[in-house]
Design a protein around this ligand. Structure first.
Ligand SMILES: NC(=O)c1ccc[n+]([C@@H]2O[C@H](COP(=O)([O-])OP(=O)(O)OC[C@H]3O[C@@H](n4cnc5c(N)ncnc54)[C@H](O)[C@@H]3O)[C@@H](O)[C@H]2O)c1
Length: 371
């Protein structure tokens, strides 16, 4: 079967997530990066094309040039990956959809909720696949946690705590990645809440299968002069009555990428940590504790099929990302990939950000979370 051909938007020199997408997309040899508009600067787009070792003629200066040229090629791109900053997601994704290309986009889906609604309309009008790379849902043990909860291992979920501590924005925001993330014109009205809070929010719903129905948010811009939040405390209520606590921060000095989730039901509890992603801890109410290892024999079918190496041979971020691309490739072949986040997740995530920002600003207390 020929490989699917990917065009990338964003991912220019010095970018963080573009090269991660390239590696993840190509890991299973189902997809190949062949073209891109990697930067709004034509010379930088060319330089990125060289670093990705694609045909120099296929590193384009703008989106219109890319779509026009690729449409005319027999070996033109099959889909587009959007990995530019948040404010560019809607223009990039809607241009790709209008040109007839399925889209896989990084999160948050857009900069604002209004833009997410426009994106949902564009996806519906095009009738093409759209996927959102909530990376952490690709980890085998996150899939395992989800399967165990769905299978009743924890009983009725009553409480969850999801934490996403980072410390890299504790001081002045310098550097390419920090600059746009602290500028509301490019990040959207949410800072930390949009950058990592939305991952935590999505992970909690993904693992538990619950939907949040209301929240109480306290978002702070701790660093003087910062125009967006950098420290977030959110209480959540879920559709089965469960209570949740979501903590996301980028000013917690010493923390790196400490995403972790704990879920507690009437029969047991579980813990998964992104920095130690190859173990899942399960507690039962009678006092027993089970440690599940990635690659080990206790894994259910979904997690087992998402693991590439035997137990004890660590897998991580890149492999989790590759699992999302594997699902996306399946979608493009017309096969089901029910766990791949899509446009509904995009709308829920943007609604979460928008509601939390407004609720905190207005000191509104508990507010309903509606889509
Ligand atoms: N899923 C994850 O785990 C994860 C991790 C990091 C970043 N992200 C998301 O990925 C996106 C990019 O983040 P990043 O940290 O890589 O940013 P970055 O600043 O490192 O890179 C952004 C790239 O986009 C390019 N770009 C900007 N405007 C463009 C345009 N008009 N046309 C083409 N290219 C353009 C820039 O030149 C740059 O190369 C953000 O939306 C971010 O939230 C997701």
């Amino acid at each position: 079967m020929p490989r699917l051909r990917m065009g990338m938007i964003g991912g220019g020199p010095g970018s963080f997530i573009g090269p991660v997408h390239r590696i993840a997309a190509e890991m299973d040899r189902e997809i190949e990066l062949v073209a891109g508009c990697f930067s709004s600067d034509a010379a930088k787009s060319r330089a990125a094309g060289e670093s990705y070792r694609i045909d120099p003629a296929r590193a384009y200066p703008d989106l219109a040039a890319m779509f026009a040229a690729e449409r005319g090629r027999a070996d033109g791109i099959d889909f587009v990956a959007v990995v530019s900053p948040n404010h560019h997601h809607l223009p990039a994704a809607s241009a790709a959809l209008a040109a007839g290309y399925p889209v896989i986009s990084d999160k948050p889906a857009t900069a604002t909720l209004a833009e997410a609604r426009a994106l949902a309309s564009a996806v519906a009008a095009a009738g093409l696949p759209y996927a959102l790379t909530h990376t952490y849902t690709g980890y085998p043990l996150v899939r395992e946690a989800r399967a165990r909860i769905a299978g009743g291992a924890l009983g009725t979920v009553r409480k969850l705590v999801v934490e996403y501590p980072q410390g890299w924005l504790a001081g002045e925001a310098t550097g390419k990645q920090a600059e746009w993330r602290t500028d509301p014109a490019r990040s959207g009205p949410g800072g930390c809440i949009g950058d990592i809070g939305t991952h935590a929010f999505h992970l909690a719903e993904f693992v538990t299968g619950l939907k949040a129905t209301a929240l109480l948010a306290d978002l702070a811009a701790v660093v003087p002069g910062r125009a967006v939040d950098d420290d977030c405390t959110v209480l959540l209520r879920y559709d089965n009555g469960a209570r949740g606590v979501l903590l996301a921060s980028q000013i917690e000095v010493g923390e790196m990428n400490g995403l972790r989730i704990r879920v507690y039901g009437d029969k047991g509890g579980l813990l998964w940590r992104q920095e130690v992603p190859n173990t899942l801890t399960l507690h039962s109410v009678d006092g027993r504790t089970e440690i599940v290892h990635a690659g080990g024999p206790q894994l259910g079918p979904d997690a087992a099929s998402r693991t590439r190496t035997p137990t004890g041979h660590p897998e991580g971020y890149l492999e989790a990302f590759a699992n999302l691309y594997r699902d996306f490739a399946a979608t493009l072949r017309g096969e089901p990939a029910p766990l791949l986040p899509g446009i509904e997740d995009a709308l829920r995530g943007m609604s979460f950000i928008d509601t939390a920002v407004r609720a905190s600003r207005d000191e509104a207390g508990w507010v309903p979370l509606t889509i």
